[in-house]
Design a protein around this ligand. Sequence first.
Ligand code: GLN
Length: 455
Amino acid sequence: MKISEYIKKVQNKEIDIVSYTKEVLEKIKKLNEEYDCLIEISEELALKQAEKISKDPKGKLAGVFVSVKDSICVKDVNSTGGSRILEGYKPPFNATAVQNCVDEGAIIIGKTSQDEFGFGAFSVNVGVEYKIPKNPIDKTRATGGSSGGAACITALADFPHISLGESTGGSIVNPGSFCGVLALCPTYGRVSRYGLIDYGNSLDKVGPIGKTAEDVAIGMETIASYDKKDSTSIDKEIPNYLEKLNSNINGMKIGLIKESLDSGTDKNVKDVFNKQIEFLKSKGAVVEEVSLKKAIDYGIAAYYVIGTSEASTNLAKYCGMRYGKEDELKGTFNEYFTNVRSKYLGDEAKRRIMLGTFTRTSGYRDAYYIKAMKIRTLIIDEYKKAFEKFDVLISPTTPMIAPRFDEIEKMTPLQHYMADVLTVGPNLAGLPHINIPIETETMPVGFMVTGNHFD
Ligand code: GLN
């Protein structure tokens, strides 16, 4: 059943939403035992919301089950950003994106697994003693990251469901690509970041993940809003995304990002991707190559300097006193602080704190942080120029299909970071981008479309 048909049925009280919610919760528990896609199932909250909807079935998302990345705050439900250091934190408020869903009749089913604070591309950098989610198509493979659990539960769900993910450098589209689902990262500022546990404030976006374009459009329509509580939120009319699904692409000018098909991208990914280009042409789209050399060649370096600089600043507050897990009080403040962070932060978080502290330290700041910001501007200009000529830009989402866990174990941190080579560009430029899954006989391949701001 299409999500819009289901919503109508709920609104017309044709579905017993309380017993259906119970059924869905049982299903989720079983799925989670097998795939570890959720850190927490918010059973109590879901049942409470279902009761409310059964009495008053209103809203754009009436009765739709919504899972939320752990880094996005849900009132009275553990929200830890996937980190042990925030264990036990139950926010006294909803993130704006979550509140928008609740106001429209959604049922929040739980918090999805992720790389700790969003630091990763495979959801293997989970917090201390958190479980690694498994790929819904092949359990020996990764879900992608950092919103891995979100894409995983979306692929597995056989009930009306949308997931809220978060992207700093590709974390919405990347797991969408590895798990074979639609995943939309909106323009920076379109969806409020209020209530999102920060990774990098100038980069973070909240976006919807769904099985179909309709799911994603309805999700987007719900979460997009101007919010005074987020100073970077933009007050701009919100289009009717559902209506836009009927647009046709005849005559659309599509720029194929030339460098995205270079040697770094696996041959099987290229082959599957190229076939889709033929499909677009058969529908009347005009596809031409465009060079985005700066984004591809310098994007990773600029992104990891800016991202870690911001992340290390953001993580400084988790000292076990002002924020973060408390520990036995002994020694000096520095000893206490060091002990808390050593115990409760994972290896990748520590790596990023060290890297990001270095890149913004006086004496190095100009050479790294400021330089990266200059490159970011050059990359933004490069995209702007491309959009003078093209309506949208396309590339594979990731240079590879979902890797196996044993392959990831052999990767160096740099190889791990290179998984983001195609996604950091639009994230640095704050551009909207979507993963469209291409099914194959084996693992899905991701097709990424990048639009101009607010398109
Ligand atoms: N893989 C990238 C990183 O590790 C992107 C993560 C994200 O978007 N949160 O920083």
